[in-house]
Write a protein that binds this ligand. Structure first.
Ligand SMILES: Cc1cc2nc3c(=O)[nH]c(=O)nc-3n(CC(O)[C@H](O)[C@H](O)COP(=O)(O)O)c2cc1C
Length: 365
């Protein structure tokens, strides 16, 4: 089974350990970071979306223009762009990059965050709108003829698109852990993104996604490829990695308290199911399975992907292989010291995982 690696894009050197207040785009950093990912053979980089942050399309276009192989995953919230405009913007970038674009859809996990950009639908409706949006984009990419649309959320007449994706279409990814996420992603997505949960819970989520795919009439070969996300903390030995993990945790706690003027415990619980699940698992204990570490989840109130994997490169590689055995094909790893961690993973983790997979293939079962 092919396994591919994803990283996250950062437009400047600011990170959770050493935040740079109000940092703007640092073009030199962005180019250096992107080229390192490409040189160390990461397969994708996710350009995230946040209501207060940089535009993923221009960041993604810059990355594509200075790299050769890495694919750019554009995070997109349907409320921010009319679907026909999004279809052309993604296809334009796909042509510019010679077919290296993926789109990662975000229904929106927080009412308050959505309201900041004028979106007042509830979460159930946001997922219903996402379903319509995905259908429009696919139609726009594939239809040679002008078409009308009469949906619940969108209505237009005679839209005709001359900007076609290089390979016919653009892979669609959906992330989340709610019933609606499983249903929309399972029935429509090419890729389904999950955060790092223990093996048992990850298996349960994969089963839910596959069940939704089957319900939608998709065959085993056509169901979504599974993406799981971790924040590895690596050092030469397991012991050194654990010491580093505790230093990382201290910095996370201090920076969060300084930024918010209050303790993490005071923060309201997140609305999205993915974060709620991470916090519930964190309450059960610090370490799950081989090396999955949860205090980083609690320290950040599960803001985004926050589960760490702690250990020497071999421990991290073995942990990743555990998820490959469950059926994960896309492994997202990003650290806390973003550029240096990406280089460390590229040197010590990616080759180990790939070598183990090559050996497995060479060994008859
Ligand atoms: C791998 C992955 C990446 C994500 N990237 C983003 C992002 O860039 N911006 C964002 O607002 N939400 C992001 N999300 C969150 C959501 O896609 C989703 O809207 C939210 O978690 C709703 O979640 P729920 O279905 O779990 O309740 C991401 C989720 C996953 C699993």
């Amino acid at each position: 089974m092919p396994v591919e690696f994803i990283s996250l894009t950062f437009p400047n050197a600011s990170n959770e350990i050493n935040p740079i207040p109000n940092a703007g785009v640092d073009p030199e950093f962005l180019v250096r970071y992107a080229r390192n990912l490409d040189d160390y053979a990461f397969n994708y980089t996710l350009v995230p979306y946040d209501s207060s942050s940089f535009d993923p399309f221009t960041i993604g276009a810059t990355i594509a223009s200075v790299t050769k192989n890495i694919k750019v995953i554009i995070a997109l919230r349907p409320n921010t762009l009319y679907p026909t405009v999004a279809a052309k913007a993604l296809a334009t970038l796909d042509q510019l990059s010679k077919g290296r674009v993926v789109v990662h859809f975000i229904a929106g996990g927080s009412d308050a965050e959505q309201a900041k950009e004028g979106d007042f639908l509830n979460k159930e409706e946001r997922y219903a709108r996402l379903e319509e949006y995905i259908r429009i984009l696919r139609r726009a990419w594939q239809s040679a003829d002008p078409f009308d649309w009469e949906g619940k959320y969108y209505r237009f007449k005679q839209f005709s698109n001359r900007v076609r994706p290089t390979n016919g279409t653009i892979p669609v990814s959906v992330g989340g852990s709610s019933d609606d996420a499983y249903r929309i992603g399972g029935s429509l997505a090419d890729i389904f993104g999950l955060w790092g949960e223990p093996l048992k819970e990850t298996k349960e989520q994969i089963d839910r996604i596959y069940a939704e795919a089957a319900k939608a009439g998709r065959s085993e070969s056509d169901r979504p490829r599974i993406w799981v996300t971790f924040r590895p903390i690596i050092a030469e030995t397991d012991e050194l990695a654990w010491a580093k993990a505790h230093r990382t945790l201290d910095a996370l706690r201090e920076n969060r308290a300084a930024a918010q003027g209050k303790a993490p415990a005071d923060a309201p619980p997140p609305q999205n199911v993915g974060s709620q699940r991470l916090l519930a698992i964190a309450a059960r204990g610090e370490v799950q399975d081989r090396a999955l570490w949860y205090p980083t989840v609690t320290a950040t109130n599960a803001r985004g992907a926050s589960t760490a994997l702690v250990g020497a490169p071999q421990t991290i590689a073995d942990s990743i292989l555990d998820y490959v055995d469950l059926g994960a094909e896309l492994i997202s790893i990003r650290g806390y010291d973003n550029l240096n961690d990406a280089i460390d993973y590229g040197r010590y983790v990616l080759p180990r995982v790939r070598e183990a997979l090559r050996e497995r293939e060479a060994t008859p079962a």
